[in-house]
Design a protein around this ligand. Structure first.
Ligand SMILES: *[C@@H]1O[C@H](CO)[C@@H](O)[C@H](O)[C@H]1NC(C)=O
Length: 319
């Protein structure tokens, strides 16, 4: 009978997890709004972009892979009927790519209403990029730092602009030491090092979000970070049907689907009851606590200065 209890427990856990999963009920139409989503070709990013397109927004899918980007656009256009969905190449592991992306946006748009910093990577990013930055750090933080700062003038032209930073609750395990943060050797220990690197990049996301919010206080731009939840990915594609069904059930018990994982991003981008909400952290479409380290204002300012120097931000671009 043990297996009966096991199945009942799993069903209970699944129902419980579904019941606490936050859902964005805002039905706002976003026609005329310009939205940029990084890493929008798959997973949470795709679902977020899809939702923005369904609300009528003009959506830029900023991703690295041309073929996958084009395919995502095609799918979103055909499912929503919204033709204002555009793929634009953005490789966050290249500061040049970030700069030329922003140049293109400036040529095409007078303003940007929503920027969703969604792209993220983990697991392989120890090697340095062409810019001499640890790849995972650049994709998750430094590239987004440059992208966001360069887009601020366009965001300020919107009367309700939002920067949405997809971080993680794992930011709690991050720690920042500026002497070692950009050295590959710091992160070399397998497994433990990989988690620490990811967590640190996510701590950078939250600190950046808070510092940007402070710097933009009194403007029309709000900045918030979030934890999407633990989302399942399709790492188990090559199994037989029965195993796959069982794996799907188990994974869906403990992990969220991409649509569920996108809800807090969608909420922060679309909901109209966020007036004055800035520099906060969200989880399940509700405000949540960030770690004490993430609230450290001096650390946030230091990280800002360090990032500005590392990405060679020009004095006239500073905010
Ligand atoms: C950051 O840089 C500014 C301008 O150079 C400087 O005034 C400030 O003290 C720096 N902040 C920290 C925490 O180092």
């Amino acid at each position: 009978m043990w297996w009966l209890w096991l199945i009942l427990s799993l069903i209970f856990i699944k129902l419980y997890n579904k019941s606490v999963c936050g859902w964005c009920y805002a039905r706002n139409i976003m026609t005329g709004k310009v939205v940029i989503v990084t890493g929008a070709n798959a997973g949470i990013g795709f679902e977020t972009a899809f939702n923005m397109a369904r609300r009528g927004a003009k959506v830029y899918l900023a991703c690295r892979d041309d073929a996958r980007g084009a395919k995502a656009v095609e799918e979103i256009v055909s499912r929503t009927g919204n033709k204002h969905v555009i793929y634009k190449h953005l490789d966050l592991a290249s500061l040049n790519s970030v700069r030329s992306f922003v140049e293109d946006i400036k040529k095409a748009e007078y303003r940007v209403d929503v920027l969703i910093n969604n792209a993220g990577m983990t697991g392989y990013g120890l090697k340095k990029t062409e810019d001499g930055i640890v790849t995972e750090m650049q994709v998750n933080h430094f590239g987004h730092f440059l992208l966001t700062v360069l887009l601020v003038p366009l965001l300020k032209k919107s009367d309700d602009a939002r920067v949405v930073v997809v971080a993680s609750t794992l930011h709690r395990f991050g720690s920042i030491d500026f002497k070692t943060i950009n050295k590959e050797a710091t992160w070399k220990i397998p497994y433990y090092g990989a988690i620490r690197l990811y967590s640190t990049s996510k701590l950078c996301n939250v600190l950046f979000s808070n510092e940007l919010a402070r710097r933009l206080e009194g403007t029309t731009v709000t900045v918030n970070s979030l934890h999407p939840g633990h989302v399942r990915t399709s790492i188990y594609k090559n199994l037989d049907r029965v195993t796959e069904t069982i794996m799907n059930f188990l994974l869906s018990t403990f992990f969220k689907s991409a649509v569920e994982g996108a809800q807090t991003s969608i909420y922060l981008a679309a909901a109209d009851d966020l007036t004055g909400m800035t520099g906060r952290f969200f989880e399940e479409c509700k405000e949540a606590r960030m770690s004490v380290k993430a609230e450290d204002e001096e650390l946030a300012e230091k990280l800002w200065n360090y990032s500005a120097e590392l990405v060679k931000l020009k004095p006239e671009e500073a905010i």
